[in-house]
Design a protein around this ligand. Structure first.
Ligand code: NAG
Length: 223
């Protein structure tokens, strides 16, 4: 994406250990700008997906592009990719193609987003702070590959790597969820309000994750 491509080498010693915990009222702090740090989250789906929903909350003062959620397979590095190319805009990739959503510019607040996609219609829903944007269409009939690597805070330009550090996320991230289905409008709002959510394999209240590099788990300072 950016001008300078740096290739990350996984060096023994900076890899963290796999942890599983309830991260309620905690955040990941990505401390540096730019950075080579990221968080691997699991489990990846066991079967190809016809539907998905991804939600997360982030807080940053970055104005350059940054990757938030990157789901890559060996065949397609941008199988699912949520990134913010600039203030006031999000991009959702499915199978290498993307749609853009214009959003209000961040006024130094936490920003909550949920993106969902269904293959049958190709409809993408994009919710910002509990409100739906006009729906768009993408990759009708496509199937999301399983056997993925899912990474927070960077964009994968190869399977599990190929990061451009100038597209890294710097700031705080919390409430990361992925479902293998769509959510009702009520549950989309519940995700924004941190209310009870449908069961999911990949979720903040029972997150299986591995920190790679300089990311710190800290209590949340405010709502
Ligand atoms: C995907 O979502 C559509 C529409 O909600 C549903 O009809 C279909 O059964 C779902 N497919 C899978 C594999 O869950």
């Amino acid at each position: 994406m950016g001008k300078l491509q740096l290739w990350f080498l996984v060096i023994a010693g900076i890899s963290g250990a796999l942890a599983q915990e309830d991260l309620y009222r905690k955040v990941f702090v990505f401390r540096n700008d730019p950075n080579e740090a990221y968080v691997v989250v699991k489990p990846e789906p066991e079967w190809p997906l016809q539907n998905f929903t991804v939600c997360l909350r982030s807080y940053t003062d970055l104005t350059r592009p940054y990757g938030l959620f990157s789901y890559a397979t060996k065949a397609q590095y941008s199988e699912i990719l949520l990134l913010k190319p600039k203030p006031g805009e999000y991009r959702l990739y499915v199978g290498g193609a993307y749609v853009t959503f214009r959003v209000p510019e961040n006024r130094m607040e936490w920003e909550h987003v949920c993106a969902s996609w269904e293959s049958a219609t190709g409809i993408v829903e994009f919710w910002v702070n509990g409100k739906p944007l006009p729906r768009k269409g993408l990759q009708k009939g496509y199937s999301i590959g399983a056997e993925a690597v899912i990474i927070l805070g960077q964009e994968q330009d190869s399977f599990g790597g190929g990061f451009d550090f100038y597209n890294s996320f710097m700031g705080e991230m919390t409430d990361v969820y992925m479902w293998e289905h769509g959510l009702s409008p009520g549950k989309m709002r519940a995700a924004y309000q941190s209310l009870t959510l449908p069961p999911c394999a990949l979720g903040w209240r029972n997150l299986l994750y591995e920190i790679k590099g300089d990311v710190v788990v800290k209590p949340r300072l405010r709502d």
